[in-house]
Design a protein around this ligand. Structure first.
Ligand code: ADP
Length: 372
Protein backbone atom coordinates (compact mmCIF):
# COMPACT_ATOMS: atom_id res chain seq x y z
CA UNK A 1 0.00 0.00 0.00
CA UNK A 2 1.26 3.48 -0.82
CA UNK A 3 -1.27 6.24 -1.04
CA UNK A 4 0.01 9.81 -1.21
CA UNK A 5 -2.19 12.73 -0.24
CA UNK A 6 -1.49 16.42 -0.59
CA UNK A 7 -3.90 18.55 1.42
CA UNK A 8 -3.81 22.30 0.81
CA UNK A 9 -0.09 22.15 0.06
CA UNK A 10 1.61 25.47 -0.67
CA UNK A 11 5.16 26.69 -1.17
CA UNK A 12 6.44 30.20 -0.68
CA UNK A 13 10.15 30.65 -1.43
CA UNK A 14 12.30 33.34 0.12
CA UNK A 15 11.47 36.78 -1.21
CA UNK A 16 7.76 35.91 -1.05
CA UNK A 17 7.84 33.92 -4.33
CA UNK A 18 4.72 31.74 -4.34
CA UNK A 19 5.52 28.61 -6.34
CA UNK A 20 2.58 26.38 -5.33
CA UNK A 21 -0.85 27.39 -4.05
CA UNK A 22 -3.34 25.14 -2.23
CA UNK A 23 -2.53 21.87 -4.03
CA UNK A 24 -4.97 19.06 -3.26
CA UNK A 25 -3.99 15.78 -4.90
CA UNK A 26 -4.78 12.18 -4.02
CA UNK A 27 -2.44 9.60 -5.53
CA UNK A 28 -4.04 6.21 -4.99
CA UNK A 29 -2.05 3.06 -4.33
CA UNK A 30 -0.41 1.78 -7.58
CA UNK A 31 -1.53 4.83 -9.52
CA UNK A 32 0.65 6.59 -12.13
CA UNK A 33 -0.04 10.29 -11.68
CA UNK A 34 1.53 12.87 -14.00
CA UNK A 35 1.91 16.53 -13.03
CA UNK A 36 2.02 18.55 -16.24
CA UNK A 37 2.17 22.23 -17.12
CA UNK A 38 4.42 24.85 -18.68
CA UNK A 39 7.85 25.64 -17.28
CA UNK A 40 7.71 27.46 -13.94
CA UNK A 41 4.17 26.32 -13.01
CA UNK A 42 5.33 24.63 -9.79
CA UNK A 43 5.48 20.95 -10.80
CA UNK A 44 9.02 20.25 -9.60
CA UNK A 45 8.47 22.17 -6.39
CA UNK A 46 5.40 20.03 -5.67
CA UNK A 47 7.34 16.83 -6.35
CA UNK A 48 10.30 17.98 -4.27
CA UNK A 49 7.99 18.69 -1.33
CA UNK A 50 6.70 15.10 -1.57
CA UNK A 51 10.31 13.87 -1.64
CA UNK A 52 11.25 16.05 1.32
CA UNK A 53 13.83 18.01 -0.68
CA UNK A 54 11.88 21.23 -0.05
CA UNK A 55 10.15 22.31 3.13
CA UNK A 56 6.37 22.48 2.93
CA UNK A 57 5.21 26.06 3.64
CA UNK A 58 1.49 25.28 3.97
CA UNK A 59 -0.77 22.24 4.19
CA UNK A 60 -0.16 18.59 4.97
CA UNK A 61 1.45 15.70 3.16
CA UNK A 62 0.34 12.15 4.01
CA UNK A 63 1.80 8.84 2.91
CA UNK A 64 -0.44 5.92 3.83
CA UNK A 65 -2.28 8.16 6.26
CA UNK A 66 0.83 9.26 8.15
CA UNK A 67 1.76 12.91 8.15
CA UNK A 68 5.15 13.41 6.48
CA UNK A 69 5.75 17.17 6.72
CA UNK A 70 8.62 16.85 9.19
CA UNK A 71 9.89 13.38 8.26
CA UNK A 72 13.39 13.54 6.68
CA UNK A 73 13.63 12.41 3.02
CA UNK A 74 15.51 9.22 3.84
CA UNK A 75 12.72 8.05 6.12
CA UNK A 76 9.87 8.66 3.67
CA UNK A 77 10.51 5.44 1.74
CA UNK A 78 10.49 7.30 -1.55
CA UNK A 79 12.92 7.09 -4.49
CA UNK A 80 13.39 9.89 -6.97
CA UNK A 81 14.73 9.76 -10.54
CA UNK A 82 16.09 13.03 -11.92
CA UNK A 83 16.39 14.49 -15.40
CA UNK A 84 20.19 14.61 -15.26
CA UNK A 85 20.41 10.99 -13.92
CA UNK A 86 22.68 12.14 -11.01
CA UNK A 87 24.95 9.08 -11.36
CA UNK A 88 28.37 8.94 -9.71
CA UNK A 89 30.85 9.08 -12.63
CA UNK A 90 33.69 7.26 -10.84
CA UNK A 91 31.52 4.29 -9.86
CA UNK A 92 30.43 1.36 -12.03
CA UNK A 93 26.78 0.77 -12.80
CA UNK A 94 26.72 -1.93 -10.12
CA UNK A 95 28.24 0.40 -7.52
CA UNK A 96 25.90 3.22 -8.50
CA UNK A 97 22.93 0.96 -7.91
CA UNK A 98 24.32 -0.56 -4.71
CA UNK A 99 25.51 2.68 -3.11
CA UNK A 100 22.29 3.72 -1.39
CA UNK A 101 21.82 0.23 0.05
CA UNK A 102 25.41 0.12 1.37
CA UNK A 103 24.82 3.40 3.20
CA UNK A 104 21.75 1.81 4.76
CA UNK A 105 23.91 -1.18 5.82
CA UNK A 106 21.84 -3.69 3.86
CA UNK A 107 23.67 -7.08 3.91
CA UNK A 108 25.95 -7.74 0.93
CA UNK A 109 24.01 -10.78 -0.35
CA UNK A 110 20.77 -8.85 -0.25
CA UNK A 111 22.36 -5.92 -2.16
CA UNK A 112 23.70 -8.30 -4.78
CA UNK A 113 20.31 -9.94 -5.19
CA UNK A 114 18.46 -6.64 -5.53
CA UNK A 115 20.96 -5.09 -7.99
CA UNK A 116 20.84 -8.15 -10.25
CA UNK A 117 17.06 -8.32 -10.09
CA UNK A 118 16.72 -4.60 -11.01
CA UNK A 119 19.34 -4.98 -13.76
CA UNK A 120 17.41 -7.91 -15.16
CA UNK A 121 14.10 -5.98 -15.14
CA UNK A 122 15.77 -3.06 -16.95
CA UNK A 123 17.89 -5.20 -19.27
CA UNK A 124 21.17 -3.62 -18.16
CA UNK A 125 22.89 -6.74 -16.71
CA UNK A 126 25.62 -6.61 -19.32
CA UNK A 127 26.57 -3.06 -18.32
CA UNK A 128 27.00 -3.67 -14.58
CA UNK A 129 30.81 -3.32 -14.75
CA UNK A 130 30.81 -0.19 -16.92
CA UNK A 131 31.17 3.39 -15.80
CA UNK A 132 28.32 5.81 -16.71
CA UNK A 133 30.41 7.59 -19.35
CA UNK A 134 30.53 4.37 -21.36
CA UNK A 135 26.73 4.28 -21.61
CA UNK A 136 24.23 6.00 -23.91
CA UNK A 137 21.69 8.48 -22.52
CA UNK A 138 18.95 5.88 -22.49
CA UNK A 139 21.14 3.34 -20.69
CA UNK A 140 22.13 5.93 -18.09
CA UNK A 141 18.49 6.72 -17.47
CA UNK A 142 17.82 3.02 -16.96
CA UNK A 143 20.61 2.90 -14.36
CA UNK A 144 19.04 5.88 -12.59
CA UNK A 145 15.72 4.03 -12.54
CA UNK A 146 17.53 0.88 -11.37
CA UNK A 147 18.99 2.78 -8.46
CA UNK A 148 15.43 3.70 -7.45
CA UNK A 149 14.11 0.13 -7.88
CA UNK A 150 16.73 -1.51 -5.63
CA UNK A 151 15.56 0.60 -2.74
CA UNK A 152 12.15 -1.01 -2.95
CA UNK A 153 10.42 2.27 -2.23
CA UNK A 154 6.76 2.81 -1.47
CA UNK A 155 6.61 5.60 -4.04
CA UNK A 156 8.64 6.43 -7.15
CA UNK A 157 9.05 10.08 -8.11
CA UNK A 158 10.24 11.13 -11.58
CA UNK A 159 11.30 14.69 -12.41
CA UNK A 160 11.35 15.13 -16.22
CA UNK A 161 13.37 11.90 -16.58
CA UNK A 162 13.21 11.80 -20.38
CA UNK A 163 14.00 15.43 -21.21
CA UNK A 164 17.65 14.78 -22.09
CA UNK A 165 16.90 12.00 -24.55
CA UNK A 166 16.34 12.35 -28.29
CA UNK A 167 12.80 12.10 -29.65
CA UNK A 168 12.97 8.46 -30.70
CA UNK A 169 14.45 7.27 -27.43
CA UNK A 170 11.89 9.27 -25.50
CA UNK A 171 9.08 7.36 -27.20
CA UNK A 172 10.79 4.05 -26.37
CA UNK A 173 11.50 4.99 -22.74
CA UNK A 174 7.91 6.16 -22.34
CA UNK A 175 6.71 2.69 -23.20
CA UNK A 176 9.37 1.12 -20.95
CA UNK A 177 8.34 3.21 -17.94
CA UNK A 178 4.64 2.41 -18.49
CA UNK A 179 5.54 -1.27 -18.66
CA UNK A 180 7.70 -0.94 -15.55
CA UNK A 181 4.81 0.64 -13.68
CA UNK A 182 2.64 -2.38 -14.46
CA UNK A 183 5.35 -4.91 -13.58
CA UNK A 184 6.40 -3.27 -10.31
CA UNK A 185 2.81 -2.51 -9.35
CA UNK A 186 4.11 0.68 -7.78
CA UNK A 187 2.78 4.12 -6.97
CA UNK A 188 4.43 6.67 -9.24
CA UNK A 189 4.35 10.46 -9.50
CA UNK A 190 5.87 11.87 -12.67
CA UNK A 191 6.57 15.49 -13.61
CA UNK A 192 6.79 16.69 -17.22
CA UNK A 193 6.06 19.73 -19.38
CA UNK A 194 5.25 17.38 -22.27
CA UNK A 195 1.53 16.78 -22.61
CA UNK A 196 2.13 13.75 -24.86
CA UNK A 197 4.04 12.03 -22.03
CA UNK A 198 1.17 12.89 -19.70
CA UNK A 199 -1.48 11.60 -22.10
CA UNK A 200 0.31 8.34 -22.90
CA UNK A 201 1.60 7.35 -19.45
CA UNK A 202 -0.80 8.64 -16.81
CA UNK A 203 -3.70 6.98 -15.07
CA UNK A 204 -4.46 10.45 -13.82
CA UNK A 205 -3.19 13.86 -14.96
CA UNK A 206 -2.83 16.96 -12.80
CA UNK A 207 -2.65 20.09 -14.99
CA UNK A 208 -0.92 23.06 -13.33
CA UNK A 209 -0.50 26.72 -14.25
CA UNK A 210 1.08 29.56 -12.23
CA UNK A 211 1.32 27.37 -9.11
CA UNK A 212 -2.35 26.41 -9.21
CA UNK A 213 -3.97 23.12 -10.14
CA UNK A 214 -6.33 23.66 -13.05
CA UNK A 215 -7.85 20.20 -13.39
CA UNK A 216 -7.29 16.60 -12.31
CA UNK A 217 -8.61 13.63 -14.26
CA UNK A 218 -8.02 10.66 -16.54
CA UNK A 219 -6.22 11.63 -19.79
CA UNK A 220 -9.20 11.23 -22.11
CA UNK A 221 -11.55 12.89 -19.67
CA UNK A 222 -9.33 16.00 -19.68
CA UNK A 223 -9.10 15.84 -23.46
CA UNK A 224 -12.88 15.69 -23.88
CA UNK A 225 -13.99 17.76 -20.89
CA UNK A 226 -11.44 20.51 -20.20
CA UNK A 227 -12.61 22.88 -17.46
CA UNK A 228 -11.11 25.98 -19.02
CA UNK A 229 -9.40 27.36 -22.10
CA UNK A 230 -5.94 26.73 -20.66
CA UNK A 231 -6.47 22.97 -20.18
CA UNK A 232 -8.25 22.74 -23.54
CA UNK A 233 -5.30 24.38 -25.28
CA UNK A 234 -2.55 22.60 -23.33
CA UNK A 235 -3.77 19.02 -23.79
CA UNK A 236 -3.70 17.94 -27.45
CA UNK A 237 -1.41 18.71 -30.37
CA UNK A 238 -1.96 20.66 -32.57
CA UNK A 239 -3.96 22.52 -29.96
CA UNK A 240 -7.70 23.13 -29.92
CA UNK A 241 -8.88 26.07 -32.05
CA UNK A 242 -10.61 28.94 -30.29
CA UNK A 243 -12.77 31.18 -32.46
CA UNK A 244 -14.56 34.24 -31.20
CA UNK A 245 -18.21 34.03 -32.22
CA UNK A 246 -21.25 36.16 -31.57
CA UNK A 247 -24.26 34.28 -30.23
CA UNK A 248 -27.63 35.19 -31.77
CA UNK A 249 -31.04 33.71 -32.38
CA UNK A 250 -32.55 33.03 -35.80
CA UNK A 251 -36.08 31.61 -36.11
CA UNK A 252 -36.03 30.40 -32.49
CA UNK A 253 -32.67 28.64 -32.95
CA UNK A 254 -29.38 29.58 -31.35
CA UNK A 255 -26.71 30.48 -33.91
CA UNK A 256 -22.96 31.13 -33.60
CA UNK A 257 -21.83 33.85 -35.97
CA UNK A 258 -18.13 34.03 -36.72
CA UNK A 259 -18.55 36.83 -39.25
CA UNK A 260 -17.65 34.69 -42.25
CA UNK A 261 -19.73 31.61 -41.30
CA UNK A 262 -22.66 30.62 -39.09
CA UNK A 263 -23.02 27.30 -37.26
CA UNK A 264 -25.66 25.89 -34.94
CA UNK A 265 -24.66 24.32 -31.62
CA UNK A 266 -25.48 20.64 -31.02
CA UNK A 267 -28.89 20.20 -29.35
CA UNK A 268 -27.30 19.15 -26.03
CA UNK A 269 -25.23 22.37 -25.93
CA UNK A 270 -27.93 24.80 -27.11
CA UNK A 271 -29.40 25.67 -23.70
CA UNK A 272 -25.94 26.60 -22.33
CA UNK A 273 -24.99 28.65 -25.40
CA UNK A 274 -28.39 30.36 -25.36
CA UNK A 275 -27.43 32.23 -22.18
CA UNK A 276 -24.91 34.18 -24.27
CA UNK A 277 -27.36 35.55 -26.85
CA UNK A 278 -26.20 39.05 -27.79
CA UNK A 279 -22.69 38.35 -26.42
CA UNK A 280 -19.43 36.89 -27.64
CA UNK A 281 -18.24 33.41 -26.76
CA UNK A 282 -15.15 31.31 -27.51
CA UNK A 283 -16.04 28.39 -29.77
CA UNK A 284 -13.48 25.60 -29.23
CA UNK A 285 -13.04 22.90 -31.84
CA UNK A 286 -10.20 20.37 -32.06
CA UNK A 287 -8.24 20.10 -35.34
CA UNK A 288 -9.55 16.56 -35.97
CA UNK A 289 -13.18 17.56 -35.46
CA UNK A 290 -13.71 19.32 -38.80
CA UNK A 291 -14.73 17.20 -41.82
CA UNK A 292 -13.66 18.08 -45.34
CA UNK A 293 -16.46 18.75 -47.86
CA UNK A 294 -15.93 18.48 -51.60
CA UNK A 295 -18.63 21.15 -52.01
CA UNK A 296 -19.89 23.76 -49.57
CA UNK A 297 -22.35 22.11 -47.16
CA UNK A 298 -25.86 23.54 -46.90
CA UNK A 299 -25.58 23.81 -43.11
CA UNK A 300 -22.71 24.59 -40.70
CA UNK A 301 -20.26 25.13 -43.56
CA UNK A 302 -16.90 26.70 -42.66
CA UNK A 303 -14.99 28.06 -45.67
CA UNK A 304 -11.30 28.70 -45.09
CA UNK A 305 -8.21 29.67 -47.04
CA UNK A 306 -5.21 27.35 -46.76
CA UNK A 307 -1.98 29.03 -45.64
CA UNK A 308 0.28 26.05 -44.79
CA UNK A 309 0.05 22.34 -45.68
CA UNK A 310 1.93 19.95 -43.38
CA UNK A 311 1.84 16.35 -44.64
CA UNK A 312 2.50 13.94 -41.73
CA UNK A 313 2.07 10.68 -43.60
CA UNK A 314 -1.00 9.25 -41.89
CA UNK A 315 -2.73 12.62 -42.01
CA UNK A 316 -2.25 16.29 -42.92
CA UNK A 317 -2.28 19.41 -40.77
CA UNK A 318 -3.74 22.36 -42.60
CA UNK A 319 -3.09 25.81 -41.20
CA UNK A 320 -5.93 27.93 -42.51
CA UNK A 321 -7.79 31.18 -41.93
CA UNK A 322 -11.29 32.48 -42.07
CA UNK A 323 -11.06 36.11 -43.25
CA UNK A 324 -10.32 37.14 -39.65
CA UNK A 325 -9.27 34.15 -37.52
CA UNK A 326 -6.65 31.39 -37.91
CA UNK A 327 -7.24 27.72 -37.20
CA UNK A 328 -5.62 24.34 -37.75
CA UNK A 329 -7.33 21.29 -39.19
CA UNK A 330 -6.11 17.69 -39.15
CA UNK A 331 -7.50 15.64 -42.00
CA UNK A 332 -6.88 12.57 -44.16
CA UNK A 333 -3.99 12.74 -46.63
CA UNK A 334 -5.82 11.82 -49.82
CA UNK A 335 -7.02 15.31 -50.62
CA UNK A 336 -4.69 17.43 -52.72
CA UNK A 337 -4.71 20.63 -50.72
CA UNK A 338 -2.69 23.57 -52.01
CA UNK A 339 -1.64 26.79 -50.32
CA UNK A 340 -3.97 29.59 -51.42
CA UNK A 341 -6.92 27.23 -52.10
CA UNK A 342 -10.25 27.71 -50.42
CA UNK A 343 -11.65 24.58 -48.77
CA UNK A 344 -14.92 23.74 -47.02
CA UNK A 345 -15.28 21.96 -43.71
CA UNK A 346 -18.08 21.09 -41.33
CA UNK A 347 -17.30 21.05 -37.60
CA UNK A 348 -18.57 18.12 -35.53
CA UNK A 349 -20.74 20.29 -33.35
CA UNK A 350 -21.26 17.55 -30.75
CA UNK A 351 -17.48 17.75 -30.08
CA UNK A 352 -17.43 21.55 -29.74
CA UNK A 353 -16.45 23.23 -26.47
CA UNK A 354 -17.50 26.71 -25.34
CA UNK A 355 -15.62 29.07 -23.07
CA UNK A 356 -16.65 32.35 -21.47
CA UNK A 357 -14.50 35.11 -22.99
CA UNK A 358 -13.89 36.83 -19.67
CA UNK A 359 -13.34 33.94 -17.25
CA UNK A 360 -12.16 31.44 -19.91
CA UNK A 361 -14.11 28.76 -18.02
CA UNK A 362 -16.06 26.06 -19.85
CA UNK A 363 -19.76 26.87 -19.97
CA UNK A 364 -20.55 23.12 -20.22
CA UNK A 365 -19.58 22.41 -16.60
CA UNK A 366 -22.88 20.69 -15.77
CA UNK A 367 -22.55 18.31 -18.72
CA UNK A 368 -18.93 17.59 -17.83
CA UNK A 369 -19.83 16.80 -14.22
CA UNK A 370 -22.50 14.42 -15.46
CA UNK A 371 -19.96 12.68 -17.74
CA UNK A 372 -17.64 11.82 -14.80
P1 ADP B 1 8.35 23.76 -12.92
O1 ADP B 1 8.87 22.51 -12.35
O2 ADP B 1 6.87 23.68 -13.23
O3 ADP B 1 9.12 24.27 -14.10
P2 ADP B 1 9.27 24.97 -10.45
O4 ADP B 1 8.54 24.20 -9.42
O5 ADP B 1 10.69 24.61 -10.72
O6 ADP B 1 8.44 24.93 -11.81
O7 ADP B 1 9.21 26.53 -10.12
C1 ADP B 1 8.01 27.18 -9.77
C2 ADP B 1 8.30 28.64 -9.45
O8 ADP B 1 9.09 28.75 -8.28
C3 ADP B 1 9.07 29.36 -10.54
O9 ADP B 1 8.57 30.66 -10.64
C4 ADP B 1 10.48 29.36 -10.04
O10 ADP B 1 11.20 30.45 -10.53
C5 ADP B 1 10.29 29.44 -8.54
N1 ADP B 1 11.39 28.79 -7.80
C6 ADP B 1 11.80 27.51 -7.95
N2 ADP B 1 12.80 27.23 -7.08
C7 ADP B 1 13.04 28.37 -6.38
C8 ADP B 1 13.95 28.74 -5.33
N3 ADP B 1 14.82 27.86 -4.84
N4 ADP B 1 13.88 30.00 -4.86
C9 ADP B 1 12.98 30.90 -5.35
N5 ADP B 1 12.11 30.61 -6.32
C10 ADP B 1 12.12 29.37 -6.84
Amino acid sequence: MAKVELKGIGKVYEGNVRAVDNANIVVEDKEFVVLVGPSGCGKSTTLRMVAGLEDISEGELYIDGEIMNDVPPKDRNIAMVFQNYALYPHMTVYENMAFGLRIKKVPKDEIDKRVHEAARILDIEKFLDRKPKALSGGQRQRVAVGRAIVRNPKVFLFDEPLSNLDAKLRVQMRAELSDLHLRLNATMIYVTHDQVEAMTMANKIVVMKDGKIQQIGAPLFLYNHPVNKFVAGFIGSPPMNFLTVKVSEEGGQVVLDEGSFKVKPAPEHAEYVRKYIGKELLFGIRPEDLSYQTEAASENNVAVKITVVEPLGADINLWVTTPTQPLVIRTEPHFSFKVGDTANFVPHMDKARYFDKETELSILKELDEAAK
